[in-house]
Design a protein around this ligand. Structure first.
Ligand SMILES: Nc1ncnc2c1ncn2[C@@H]1O[C@H](COP(=O)(O)OP(=O)(O)OP(=O)(O)O)[C@@H](O)[C@H]1O
Ligand SMILES: [Mg+2]
Length: 249
């Protein structure tokens, strides 16, 4: 995957994504790390051919996102930031529906749905309506839906937003498994520093539509400099402020 000068301007003057360049290798987990409004979802929406860039270009799986959008769509999976599953359907029915949308024959969809439900540990709950699912179960279902067409590249927009620590770790394990077992390329966004650190081979830090830095998480942490030292104190008035001041430069 490669982007060159990729830009999106909304309403003529809102520059959401501002001439960004990056490339992602096959089998790599690439993270877009940035605060709210940085342009992460807008970048994903361009790469998954939902919106067209204002300027610049990008290729996914070797296909141009504008000229060959159909080829791109056939090879990608998407797990969007917002929940998309139909609450009135069961988890199983939602996965089958996604299969239908991709034009996958029913028999194949059924087999894949069973495998995917196993993968995300929802087999037990597959016949329950999604409206009864917890947030973590819904995220896992969204992941399964994004995998129904066996994508080469999977886009994950904030895959663990609002999840507790334990469920987040479970999702991280699925993501690692997709890379290790299927050599899948993963493009994910997050605003959690520790998530980018734990999962990504390389991270691009994006702010105000621009890529500020790209590198592996360790190199980025080093370049940010400084360590965090946590001090614990016993008692109330132990002159901690005076003590710390001694170490300030
Ligand atoms: N359809 C749209 N029309 C107008 N402005 C938009 C549209 N979509 C996004 N924007 C603006 O583009 C900027 C980037 O938004 P985007 O959703 O890409 O950010 P983000 O990094 O995904 O943020 P978050 O972490 O909150 O999901 C924001 O200023 C947003 O208001
Ligand atoms: Mg977003």
């Amino acid at each position: 995957m490669k982007a060159e000068g990729l830009t999106k301007i909304f309403n003529r003057d809102l520059v959401a994504v501002d001439h960004i360049d990056f490339s992602v290798g096959e089998g790599e987990i690439f993270g877009f790390l940035g605060p709210n409004g940085a342009g992460k979802t807008t970048t994903i929406n361009m790469l998954i051919t939902v919106i067209k860039p204002t300027e610049g270009r990008a290729a996914v799986c070797g296909f141009d996102i504008v000229e060959q959008a159909g080829e791109v769509r056939n090879r990608i999976g998407v797990v969007p930031q917002e929940y998309t599953a139909d609450e009135d359907l069961t988890g199983y029915e939602n996965i089958i529906l996604c299969g239908d949308l991709y034009g996958i024959p029913r028999e194949a969809s059924k087999k894949r749905a069973a495998e995917l439900l196993e993968l995300v540990e929802l087999t037990r709950f597959k016949d329950r309506k999604v409206e009864t699912y917890s947030g973590g179960m819904r995220r896992r279902l969204e992941l399964a839906c994004g995998l129904i067409n066996r994508p080469r590249v999977l886009f994950l927009d904030e895959p663990t937003l609002g999840l507790d620590v334990q469920t987040r770790a479970t999702i991280w394990n699925y993501i690692r498994l997709l890379k290790e077992e299927f050599n899948m390329t993963l493009f994910m966004t997050t605003h959690y520093l520790e998530e980018a650190d734990a999962l990504c081979d390389r991270v691009a830090i994006i702010d105000n539509g621009k890529i500020v830095k790209v590198g592996n998480p360790n190199a980025l942490k080093e370049s940010l400099g400084g360590d965090i030292i946590t001090l614990g104190i016993q008692g109330k008035d132990v002159g901690i402020t005076e003590f710390v001041k001694k170490f300030q430069r």
